[in-house]
Design a binder for this molecule. Structure first.
Ligand SMILES: [Zn+2]
Length: 157
């Protein structure tokens, strides 16, 4: 039995939801796509800007392009408080739970976008308490928080 269901999502159009209670550390679904060389990623215009959403860095030579309808894992949304992560094993990527998940909860992971790309292109609608409003990797979110705090201070004065 599959551990997930595709459903309409509050975060984006569609998302993946737990079809039963799932323990932390469980592999949910493989993130599948086409293996492409770094050279191709750099030269093919397909991989400009927004297409990066489905592009995973596998190693120094290869990326995985997951922008295909048969890659169900691409429907998993980003969250600032995710319950899954992408686990790389060799040339394979698995979406694995990092928390115990209850049946009916939406699955999410940190898309890991850098702050350096234009983060304002990617608003986040995850509604977590710690949501910074944009899809930015956890390690870079303080930069956005810092910016917001500065603005708040200015308004308060
Ligand atoms: Zn968020």
């Amino acid at each position: 039995m599959k551990l997930y269901k595709v459903k309409k999502s509050n975060i984006d159009k569609r998302g993946l939801y737990a079809s039963k209670n799932i323990k932390s550390g469980t592999k949910i679904i493989e993130y599948i796509g086409k293996l492409i060389s770094k050279k191709e990623t750099e030269t093919n215009p397909k991989f400009d800007n927004e297409k990066d959403i489905y592009l995973f860095n596998l190693n120094s030579k290869y990326d995985l392009d997951g922008d295909y309808s048969w890659n169900t894992a691409r429907l998993i949304n980003h969250s600032c408080n995710p319950n899954c992560e992408v686990e790389g094993k060799g040339l394979k990527l698995w979406i694995t739970t990092i928390k115990d998940i209850k049946k009916g909860e939406e699955l999410s992971y940190d898309y890991g976008f850098g702050y350096d790309v234009d983060y304002k292109q990617f608003p986040c609608k995850c509604r977590s308490q710690n949501c910074v409003g944009y899809i930015v990797r956890e390690g870079s979110r303080w930069r956005i928080n810092k910016k917001f705090n500065k603005n708040n201070l200015r308004i308060n004065k």
